[in-house]
Design a protein around this ligand. Structure first.
Ligand code: SF4
Length: 247
C-alpha cells in the first residue's frame, strides 16, 4: 500500500488537460492539409498521379480525406506548394462529403445531432468492431482508455457486449467475411444507436479500395453518424470528434 502511494506521489497526475488546454503535437505529425488553389495545374496533376489513394482531384484542387492515408507524398512532391499538412488534428465530420476539401472542414459541434447530445451526452457506451483492420486504428482507440487520455472521465467507455452499447465504432475495410459479424453486432445494439467509422479503411476501403473482397465505405452498408479520417486517426482526432459530436 505504502509502495503504491509512494509511486502515485512520485508519478503525480499524468492525465492530459485536453480539451481545457491545447496539446502540441510533434512537428512530424500530419494533420489537416491545406490545398493551394493557386498552384500550377501541372503540379496538381503530378500530385494526383503520384497519390496511391486517388485522393486528389487535380481539376477542382481538392483532397478526399476519407481516402487519404496521410503518406505525405503529395507534400514532398510539391514541396508544399500544392498540398501542405498542418498540425490541426480536428478532422471528424458528420457528413462524408465534408471530407472532400481544400483544407476547410465545418465545425463538427455545429453539425452534431441535438438528440444525440441529449441522449448520450452524459454516458456513451461503445462496442468496437474491427472489421479486418490492421490493428493501427484499434490500437489508437485502445490508447484512449489509458491514464493519459482517460476517456472514462467524459462518460465514454468501450464495452464488451453490443447489448450494453449505445453504438458501434467500426475500423478496417470490412472484408466480405466480416460483414455478417458486423451486421449481427449492429443489430444487437438497442435503438437508438450510433455508428462511427474510424480510419481510411472504414471510410473508403483505404489501401484496399477497389478490391472486391472489401467494402467501399461503411456508409454503403450502415447509416454512419460520425466519420473520423486518418491512417490511423490520432487519438486526439478520435477524442475531439467524440467530445464535439456527443458532448
Ligand atoms: S498524403 Fe494523402 S493525398 Fe497526399 S499522396 Fe498521400 S494519400 Fe494521396
Amino acid at each position: 500500500m505504502l509502495k503504491t502511494l509512494k509511486n502515485r506521489f512520485e508519478q503525480g497526475y499524468r492525465t492530459s488537460s485536453y480539451p481545457k488546454t491545447t496539446i502540441e503535437l510533434p512537428a512530424r505529425y500530419r494533420g489537416r492539409p491545406q490545398v493551394n488553389a493557386d498552384a500550377p495545374a501541372d503540379l496538381a496533376a503530378r500530385c494526383a498521379d503520384a497519390c496511391p489513394q486517388e485522393a486528389i482531384d487535380a481539376e477542382r484542387k481538392l483532397i478526399d480525406l476519407g481516402r487519404c492515408v496521410f503518406c505525405g507524398s503529395c507534400e514532398r512532391l510539391s514541396k508544399g506548394r500544392f498540398i501542405s499538412f498542418g498540425q490541426n488534428f480536428e478532422l471528424g465530420v458528420a457528413d462524408r462529403e465534408h471530407l472532400t476539401t481544400d483544407g476547410r472542414i465545418p465545425a463538427l459541434a455545429r453539425h452534431a445531432k441535438k438528440h444525440f447530445k441529449a441522449l448520450f451526452g452524459r454516458s456513451l457506451q461503445l462496442r468496437q468492431v474491427s472489421a479486418a483492420g490492421c490493428n493501427a486504428c484499434e490500437a489508437d482507440l485502445n490508447v484512449l482508455a489509458t491514464p493519459f487520455f482517460d476517456l472514462a472521465r467524459f462518460g465514454i467507455n468501450f464495452v464488451a457486449s453490443p447489448r450494453h452499447a449505445d453504438g458501434i465504432v467500426v475500423t478496417g475495410p470490412i472484408s466480405r467475411n466480416m460483414r455478417t459479424a458486423l451486421f449481427s453486432t449492429y443489430e444487437a445494439v438497442p435503438a437508438p444507436k450510433v455508428v462511427i467509422a474510424v480510419g481510411s479503411c472504414a471510410l473508403s476501403g483505404g489501401p484496399f479500395h477497389g478490391s472486391p473482397e472489401i467494402t467501399a465505405g461503411l456508409d454503403s452498408l450502415l447509416p454512419v453518424d460520425l466519420f473520423i479520417p486518418g491512417c490511423p486517426p490520432h487519438p486526439l482526432t478520435n477524442l475531439h470528434a467524440l467530445l464535439n459530436y456527443f458532448k
